[in-house]
Design a protein around this ligand. Structure first.
Ligand SMILES: Cc1cc2nc3c(=O)[nH]c(=O)nc-3n(C[C@H](O)[C@H](O)[C@H](O)COP(=O)(O)OP(=O)(O)OC[C@H]3O[C@@H](n4cnc5c(N)ncnc54)[C@H](O)[C@@H]3O)c2cc1C
Length: 400
């Protein structure tokens, strides 16, 4: 595909989520001018907790936002794993200082809105990144005699924007992905995540401090502090046929309590203590399908949405941003080749993380003999060996 004068055009990024904003910062630092378009009219405080492991924090450090994130982040010393059937503790996994010393960057838990706002503030503070809200990217056109132009809709009005590349960071239900031949669509897992946050002074002390992971037949529960320790993030995952393309559907507490009917009273009381539950349907996109085509590349959930059983969705989007920029210097002459190289470099790592996540989706929800065996292994495991198990994931840095 040849385009006239494309070098002077901006790179357009679809999506001002975590991956889109990280990519904007990384590409701008290389000297590109960037337009980020998001279909949302405003980037409101939606979503809840995310985990930022050392691999993600090393990129955020390079992007110059780690210090600004610190007041919003929490770094619990441990993850405690519990049986949701017996209510007994099964294992402890060292986090906090152990992982920071091991990998050189922190393991943080943070509210998605805080992370997005810090990235957004940074993007607004530098020259060369323009943000356009209320713009949904729908297509990309080109001809040998014309410029490459992405097509967006703003209030039913169709607009055109010349660009030298289109980066689809538009999430799990990506429109840009439809432009990549051979792409995979999002696949619903049959599981739903219920989430809420509670002020810590509304929560009994036993839920504060360390992060928690509770395992039970067909469902599990995760809780950890966010908002610099002022709120507790609670996510309850269970099987349910409901699905919708939203991150924030209102959820029925009674339906949740019904799903968790056989759980320990303490857990049920915790679930009962919030009146504001939201839910989203867990979907994935196979990382092995194509994510680049000509001047288009996908990153983050658009390319490889994963189930949240490794808590690496945001981290992989952030890593993608850094690797994409690494392949795309401002004077890149063959953009399609650079985007293909980006995809090649990322694919096996992301597919590996996605596989671990699918594996955890099975083991977390075991019942009977399989659950008994899993619990035995956990009981016999050392806190540091459980924490070192993911060294290849957490120890990643851009220039390893
Ligand atoms: C509103 C929201 C709430 C979330 N809450 C949680 C949560 O509580 N816990 C969790 O683990 N993960 C949550 N996620 C997902 C999490 O942010 C991602 O899994 C991860 O950070 C990877 O990010 P991403 O940048 O690839 O995609 P996302 O963070 O999903 O960002 C995609 C962005 O693209 C925009 N967009 C979509 N289509 C178009 C289009 N055609 N043109 C322009 N813009 C478009 C969306 O509005 C969105 O801002 C949430 C995502 C969103 C959008």
């Amino acid at each position: 595909m040849s385009t006239n004068g494309e070098a002077d055009h901006p790179i357009v990024i679809a999506g001002a989520g975590i991956g889109g904003l990280a990519a904007a910062l990384a590409l701008q630092a290389n000297g590109h001018s960037i337009i980020v378009m998001d279909k949302a009219r405003a980037l409101k405080e939606v979503g809840a907790g995310l985990q930022l492991s050392p691999n993600a924090c090393s990129v955020l450090d390079q992007l110059g936002v780690l210090e600004d994130l610190a007041p919003h982040a929490c770094a619990p010393d441990n993850l405690r794993i519990w049986s949701g059937a017996s209510g007994r503790q099964l294992a402890t996994v060292r986090l906090g200082n152990f992982l920071k010393e091991r990998h050189g960057h922190p393991f943080w838990q943070i509210h998605r809105a805080d992370l997005q706002q810090v990235l957004l503030r940074k993007a607004k503070s530098v020259e060369g990144i323009e943000l356009r809200l209320g713009c949904e990217i729908v297509d990309l056109t080109s001809s040998p005699y014309d410029h490459l132009s992405c097509i967006f809709q703003d209030d039913q009005v169709t607009g055109h924007q010349n660009c030298k590349a289109l980066i689809g960071a538009d999430g799990v239900w990506s429109k840009v992905r439809q432009l990549v031949p051979g792409h995979e669509n999002a696949h619903f897992s049959g599981q739903v995540a219920y989430r809420t946050t509670l002020p810590v002074d509304a929560v009994p002390k036993r839920w504060l401090g360390d992060a928690g992971l509770w395992l039970n037949e067909d469902s599990h529960l995760v809780h950890y502090p966010v908002k610099g320790g002022r709120e507790l993030n609670i996510v309850a995952l269970t099987s349910e046929a409901w699905q919708d393309e939203t991150w924030s559907a209102p959820a029925d507490k009674e339906a949740l309590l019904h799903q968790f009917a056989n759980w320990p009273t303490d857990v049920r009381n915790l679930l009962r203590s919030s009146d504001h539950w939201l839910k989203w349907a867990l979907c994935s996109v196979k990382a092995t399908a194509p994510w680049s085509h000509g001047h288009i590349a996908l990153l983050g959930d658009a390319a490889h949405a994963m189930l949240p059983y490794m808590a690496q969705g945001a981290a992989m989007a952030i890593e993608d941003a850094a690797v994409l920029a690494n392949h795309l210097p401002a004077d890149a002459t063959n953009i399609p080749a650079a985007l293909r190289a980006f995809e090649r470099e990322r694919k096996s790592r992301v597919a590996h993380v996605q596989d671990i996540s699918f594996g955890n989706a099975r083991t977390f929800h075991y019942s009977g003999a399989m659950a008994f065996a899993r619990d035995m292994v956990l009981r016999l495991s050392k806190p540091t060996s459980l924490a070192s198990r993911y060294d290849d994931i957490y120890g990643w840095t851009l220039h390893q």
